[in-house]
Design a protein around this ligand. Structure first.
Ligand code: NAD
Length: 431
């Protein structure tokens, strides 16, 4: 089938690769010319494990190409996936300007039946808005259907998540669109949930809000652990064996970040407000997340006076295996420490280039050991495997002061004590 994907970011790139691998004729589009030029030259604009190989393979096998001309993409696709960004406004509401712009372009350039699928995360009732925009702006009298098909991939495992999804959600009121979408997705052998557009849109917001709440809940429990001398890792282990709870997403840390949870929680609170419902739980989720970052800075301040000190930071990305810095907790933490007069040295395996937009006047190092050299304190903010396997003896020999404050509970406190470190982590006894 001819498929177009508009928006070649994390979601768009995973989508083009998945459909090309399934044998479809895929055209990826993006408004960003530089991104498209890079892609056409086999250079990935984002870091995502496994992406580059599959893009190059599918370009060579002529199932995938890229354009910066949305018109070409609209003409090409029988099914058009909209994967553009849906950033938050200052108020927390979703800014739909990119979705609206694409919907207008689709209307103006459509000359045959199309299935218009929004994969971007959008507030409930956006499908109806998209439908209306297309109806109001349509040039030729072509038929179309609108589908909500939210994406659940996680950055860092985006390709696997897209090729082997836990479920596929198809929200539409059109039987014809359901058949087309089922045909596209059935080779993935995942459960397919067919529903109305509004329920599909809500499934996405509810899922992300629930996962964010799980994280904030565990961060709250970690605070009780710190106050009582209990161990959050053991508490999580003991909870996780309960099948109703599950053992995933129970990690305490420095709070969630990225382009999904922070904005989606805020957006869901705003959506509820529009319907006069006070989504109190989610307000708590958001507040705990903000508080957790502050709490981490306080832990540092309680341990040392950071003014004039050199602080080494391992990890910037909001999670491992991605270069994404959007809403990463590291931004808040580093900027707060800078305000307090600390000198900051950092290393991240993939996110340094992107973090340069957000983090100014800090030293970017070529490897983790450069960060450690002569630092008064070492912080770990992203749990990359590279840091879990770091040579602790070498780290100790390089640090001016053997003090590690770990925002991701990467190391065993007893082992750290034996290695001669002062070690502070989240929800566990300091040693
Ligand atoms: P992104 O910022 O990485 O990519 C969006 C792309 O859309 C950009 O490359 C941008 O240039 C392009 N774009 C904007 N306007 C355009 C237009 N008019 N025409 C063509 N291209 C245009 O964003 P992302 O992380 O891929 O997220 C996209 C959507 O998917 C968001 O709604 C997000 O909430 C949702 N989502 C993201 C993830 C994730 O982990 N990143 C997971 C699930 C869902």
């Amino acid at each position: 089938m001819k498929i177009s994907v508009i928006g070649s970011g994390y979601v768009g790139m995973a989508t083009v690769v998945m459909f090309a691998e399934l044998g479809h004729d895929v055209l990826g589009a993006d408004i960003d010319k530089d991104k498209i030029e890079k892609l056409n030259n086999g250079i990935m604009p984002i870091f995502e494990p496994g992406l580059k190989e599959l893009v190059i393979k599918n370009i060579e096998e002529k199932r995938l190409r890229f354009t910066h001309d949305n018109k070409e993409a609209i003409e090409h696709g029988e099914v058009i996936f909209i994967c553009v960004g849906t950033p938050p406004k200052a108020t927390g509401e979703t800014d739909l300007k990119y979705i609206i712009a694409v919907a207008k372009e689709v209307a103006e350039n459509m000359s045959s039946y199309k299935v218009i699928v929004h994969k971007s995360t959008v507030p409930v009732e956006t499908g109806e808005k998209v439908k209306k925009i297309i109806k109001d702006n349509i040039k030729e009298n072509s038929e179309f259907d609108v589908v909500s098909n939210p994406e659940f991939l996680r950055e860092g495992t985006a390709i696997k998540d897209t090729m082997e999804p836990d479920r596929v959600v198809i929200g539409t009121d059109s039987e014809k669109a359901i058949e087309i979408m089922k045909k596209l997705y059935s080779p993935l052998k995942a459960p397919i949930i067919i529903t109305d557009i509004r329920s599909a849109e809500l499934i996405k917001h509810a899922s992300n809000a629930f996962l964010a709440t799980k994280i904030s809940f565990m961060n709250s429990v970690s605070r009780i652990c710190e106050l009582t001398g209990a161990d959050i890792e053991k508490v999580a282990e003991g909870m996780g064996y309960d099948g109703r709870i599950g053992n995933r997403f129970l990690n305490a840390g420095i709070g969630y970040g990225g382009f999904c949870f922070p904005k989606d929680v805020q957006a869901f609170i705003k959506i509820a407000e529009q319907y006069n419902y006070d989504f109190e739980i989610l307000k708590g989720t958001h507040n705990v997340n903000e508080e957790q970052k502050k709490h981490f800075v306080n832990k540092i301040k309680e341990k040392i006076d950071v003014k004039g000190k050199t602080i080494g930071v391992l990890g910037l990305a909001f999670k491992p295996n991605t270069d994404d810095m959007r809403f990463a907790p590291s931004i808040y933490i580093i900027n707060e420490l800078k305000k307090l007069g600390a000198k900051i040295k950092v290393y991240d395996p993939e996110a340094m280039e992107r973090s340069k937009e957000e983090l100014k006047d800090i030293e970017f190092c070529n490897e983790p050991y450069d960060v450690c050299k002569d630092s008064d304190l070492l912080l770990t903010l992203t749990e990359w495997d590279e840091f879990k396997k770091i040579d602790l003896k070498k780290v100790k020999s390089l640090l001016k002061n053997p003090l590690i404050i770990d925002g991701r509970n990467m190391y065993n406190p007893e082992k750290m004590k034996k290695e001669g470190f002062q070690y502070i982590s989240i929800g566990r006894k300091s040693v």
